[in-house]
Design a protein around this ligand. Structure first.
Ligand code: NAD
Ligand code: UDP
Length: 313
């Protein structure tokens, strides 16, 4: 059955792929975005679809629409962008969550929160399971994002306890793919852009820190599966690819796929940069029947093709 679905942050990297998937399934999509990090170019190809609508709106202000489901993705995700205006980042996470939860409560519809592996901070246990409470600095440069997302999770679970809302909290691990912004500072886009331009690849620290990279199509599939669950499934649920790589291994893979002659340029490690990160996805497997299907090299190839087009190199 088709639904009318609100996607906040719908003009961003993940939101544009999610909107595309929901439209392909026959739904109506209302994309709400203030275009802080999102772009028209990400959703331009959807403008011709009569079931797609865009509202320029900031989620820190109340929103009145009539929908059957809400996906709340609005929030800058790249450290460079979320640290640019940290007060606005916390507001977007916290006030944005309150506004979208209020909307879900009025409409009595399910609402999914795009949470993050950053709620685990610099984790003391490895891999991270959902019952781990995290190791987060409350006063550092990453706190506006990490603590904002943690407060949003608290709000979601309080709306559940207080108002019996149908909430779904997904903890997204590093996701990559086409439509990442070329200058958003995240590691996959940085490395690919640098490799394609033949510029030095910037390794922060000694490059031994790890991340687990999930291709965007796999992530979107996990989000849609979580939304399709019944009232009793709330999460939090980790969704990510357990394949874990050091930043040096990632740089090597990007150099091989692009055939670049780029050298490595070692830079200081940013403050509070997590040393390792890998999702335990047992819960996603059991409750969603979900697991990633796209290996890093395969996903990197299509991401490299996308950036070749954008950069025309
Ligand atoms: P993105 O920056 O490409 O997209 C975020 C979108 O939200 C942008 O279109 C931006 O303009 C919009 N936005 C920001 N503030 C807003 C506001 N106040 N009102 C309305 N719109 C606003 O980032 P993304 O990678 O697509 O991330 C989407 C969501 O997924 C975010 O909530 C992010 O925290 C979460 N997430 C992403 C990753 C990842 O690896 N990409 C990992 C964990 C969690
Ligand atoms: N990183 C890097 N070079 C870059 C950008 C990032 O070595 O040009 C490192 C960064 O220090 C971190 C990892 O890559 O250890 C992932 O960074 P990103 O900003 O993509 O995401 P997050 O730190 O939020 O996981």
């Amino acid at each position: 059955m088709s639904s009318r679905i609100l996607v906040t942050g719908g003009a961003g990297f993940i939101g544009s792929h999610l909107s595309e998937r929901l439209l392909a399934e026959g739904n109506e999509v209302i994309c709400v975005d203030n275009f802080f990090t999102g772009a028209r170019a990400n959703i331009e190809h959807l403008f011709g679809n009569p079931r797609f609508e865009v509202l320029r709106h900031d989620v820190t202000f109340p929103l009145y629409v009539e929908v059957d489901q809400i996906y709340n993705l609005a929030c800058p995700a790249s450290p460079v962008h979320y640290q640019h205006d940290p007060v606005q980042t916390t507001k977007t996470s916290v006030v944005g969550a309150i506004n979208m939860l209020g909307l879900a409560k009025r409409l009595r519809v399910p609402i999914l929160q795009a949470s993050t592996s950053e709620v685990y901070g610099d984790p003391a246990i490895h891999p991270q399971t959902e019952d781990y409470w995290g190791n987060v600095n409350p006063i550092g440069p990453r706190s506006c994002y990490d603590e904002g997302k943690r407060a949003a999770e608290t709000l979601f679970f309080d709306y559940r306890r207080q108002h019996d809302l149908d909430i779904k909290v997904i903890r997204i691990f590093n996701t990559y793919g086409p439509r990442m912004h070329p200058s958003d500072g995240r590691v996959v886009s940085n490395f690919i852009v640098q490799a394609l331009r033949g510029e030095p690849i910037t390794i922060y620290g000694d490059g031994s820190q790890t991340r687990s990279f999930c291709y965007v199509d796999d992530l979107v599939d996990g989000m849609v599966r979580l939304m399709a669950t019944g009232h009793d499934v709330t999460g939090p649920i980790n969704v990510g690819n357990p394949g874990e790589f050091t930043m040096l291994e990632l740089a090597q893979a990007v150099i091989e796929i692009t055939g670049s002659s780029s050298t490595l340029d070692y830079r200081p490690l940013p403050q509070d940069d997590p040393k390792q990160r890998q999702p335990d996805i047992s819960r996603a497997r059991a409750e969603l029947g979900w697991q990633p299907t796209i290996a890093l090299t395969e996903g990197l190839r299509s991401t490299v093709d996308y950036f070749r087009g954008v950069l025309a190199v």
